[in-house]
Design a protein around this ligand. Structure first.
Ligand SMILES: Cc1cc2nc3c(=O)[nH]c(=O)nc-3n(C[C@H](O)[C@H](O)[C@H](O)COP(=O)(O)OP(=O)(O)OC[C@H]3O[C@@H](n4cnc5c(N)ncnc54)[C@H](O)[C@@H]3O)c2cc1C
Length: 489
């Protein structure tokens, strides 16, 4: 299949290059067009280039490595095992990890300013705070090191034809380019232009949900050249209906993200109201972010929306496949959107091995394998928002977390906490959910059995040996408080 490259301006047409198939020449490697040079697109380019395909990346933005202003979403993100495994495949893990900051636990900030850590996993397990822009730049540079890869910036996909596979790109000067490739990989994010063609086809399932909450980023500067809070934690201020989190950056700042219903954001209209709001809910953060910065930065940008997208299938014939947010945008509360997108690249690579790069078999199999997992992480991410902003305030939740961790220590193969499966293993997401539901049922039943046994046993002993009530001096309230303290310690 030839790669045709024709550029059409408003009044001219120019052919840059045309490669003809010829039976006398050795078979040419197929051409893969990766649309979107964001995190998943840039990594995917490395995967395809490593296999020897001719890879063309088309990105609507200018080259972020040389751009003065880089617009985008969150400043930093949490990288975990799945993402790291994908980076390892292309020899990038060590470099990226060395530029990240390990976060071993969540640090819960109470209203009174008390800080309590809840570890993410066993000793030595951590997630990494990485700079989004830097990661994207590193991945683009890595892709460019392959001689069979070309990066095309300022190329916005305008339309493409699912029958012919011809894509039309438009540049900022209005010129257009028509390009054909053997395989089109849609990595153009949550509002994918590639996906639009899927929507026109029969039997394509699609759902998109905006949650009623938005997010806003605020910066916590260093104090005397040092981090304003302990750096190796993901700080959380859970306030039931909303929350703030903070991730550390290499420049010793923290990026704080306030997640809140849009209507709450909109209620705050003056700098003084911002301070009153922070005094009520995040008093310990005020001196760390700074009164003036809070009053100013709250109004710098409006709160951003968060969308969850599920669709199926991920492919059209042997021509096109969706990956990353283009296939499954998830809300950010499990820190898995990018990690899942990176894992897409490994899964696709594994299926390519399995079917010897026969795209007509690879693409349907990829859909079959990957859709249930991406749908599962989309649901889990929604669930985790409630866990992060509300459940972590509950004594029962904290007690159950302790029970899960103790059982995991005693029976590491039988009981694995959900967070551990999702974050520190490559257990398929949908299997992790199934296993979690089973474990939860078993642990709750066992706890109920123990409680019932203890109640019956205690009653039996009391009936057999009734105590002399006049001599009994038990402070029930004290006991109860001790029990609760055990749950939080
Ligand atoms: C607030 C927030 C916090 C997050 N935190 C985490 C986290 O901690 N951990 C985690 O794993 N994930 C996190 N995520 C999710 C993560 O950001 C995404 O899953 C990830 O960016 C997806 O990468 P992508 O390459 O698929 O899409 P994108 O990063 O959106 O990249 C898409 C690229 O395609 C380009 N493009 C778009 N349209 C076109 C077009 N028509 N033609 C050509 N190019 C086009 C865009 O310019 C962009 O470069 C977070 C998301 C948000 C919003």
């Amino acid at each position: 299949m030839p790669l045709q490259w024709a550029v059409r301006g408003s009044d001219h047409q120019r052919t840059l290059s045309t490669m003809e198939d010829s039976s006398s020449k050795p078979a040419k490697k197929k051409v893969v067009a990766v649309v979107g040079g964001g995190l998943v697109g840039a990594l995917n380019a490395c995967f395809f280039a490593k296999r020897g395909f001719d890879v063309e990346v088309f990105e609507t933005r200018e080259d972020i490595r040389t751009a003065k202003i880089v617009k985008g979403r969150s400043i930093n993100l949490a990288l975990s095992h799945r993402g790291r495994s994908a980076l390892k495949h292309v020899g990038m893990e060590e470099k990226i990890v060395s530029q990240g900051i390990p976060m071993h636990a969540r640090m819960i900030h109470s209203l009174t300013g008390k800080q309590s850590p809840i570890p993410y996993g066993k000793k030595g397990q951590y997630i990494l705070s990485v700079d989004r822009a830097n990661l994207n730049k590193e991945l683009l540079s890595a892709a460019e090191t392959y001689p069979n890869t070309k990066l095309n910036f300022d190329h916005k996909l305008q339309d493409w034809n699912a029958e012919t596979g011809i894509m039309t790109f438009v540049r900022s000067d209005g010129t257009k380019a028509n390009i054909e490739a053997d395989l089109i990989v849609g990595c153009d994010g949550a509002f994918s232009a590639i996906r639009k063609q899927f929507l026109r086809r029969s039997r394509f399932n699609y759902s998109q949900t905006y949650i009623p909450h938005g997010y806003m980023e605020l910066t916590m500067p260093p104090i005397n050249g040092e981090f304003a809070m302990k750096p190796n934690y993901l700080h959380i201020w859970p306030r039931n209906k909303f929350m703030m989190i903070a991730l550390p950056n290499l420049d010793k700042t923290f990026t704080c993200t306030l997640f809140m219903p849009f209507e709450e954001f909109e209620k705050i209209t003056t700098g003084d109201e911002v301070i009153t709001f922070f005094q009520t809910y995040f008093p310990d953060a005020i001196p760390l972010i700074g009164v003036d910065a809070l009053k100013r930065d709250y109004f710098r940008l409006p709160a951003q929306a968060m969308v969850s997208v599920k669709c199926s299938p991920y492919h059209i014939g042997d021509k096109c496949v969706l990956m990353g947010d283009a296939a499954h945008a998830v809300v950010p509360f499990y820190g898995q959107g990018m990690n899942a997108g990176f894992e897409d690249c490994i899964v696709f690579d594994e299926v390519m091995n399995q079917f010897n790069e026969d795209l007509s078999a690879v693409l349907p199999e990829y859909t079959r394998v990957r859709v249930p997992d991406d749908h599962a992480i989309a649901d889990l991410a929604m669930y985790n928002y409630v866990e992060m902003r509300a459940h972590v305030n509950s004594k029962w939740f904290l007690f159950r977390k302790h029970v899960d961790n103790i059982l995991h220590l005693l029976m590491p193969k039988t009981i694995i906490p959900l967070y551990t499966m999702v974050t520190f293993t490559r257990t398929r997401y949908h299997e992790a959910v199934k296993r979690w539901q089973w474990q939860d049922k078993m642990i709750n039943r066992s706890l109920l059995l123990c409680a019932t046994g203890a109640a019956f046993g205690g009653s039996y002993l009391l009936i057999k040996n009734p105590p002399d009530i006049s001599k009994l001096n038990i402070n029930i309230e004290k006991l109860w408080n001790r029990f609760l303290a055990f749950g939080t310690s």
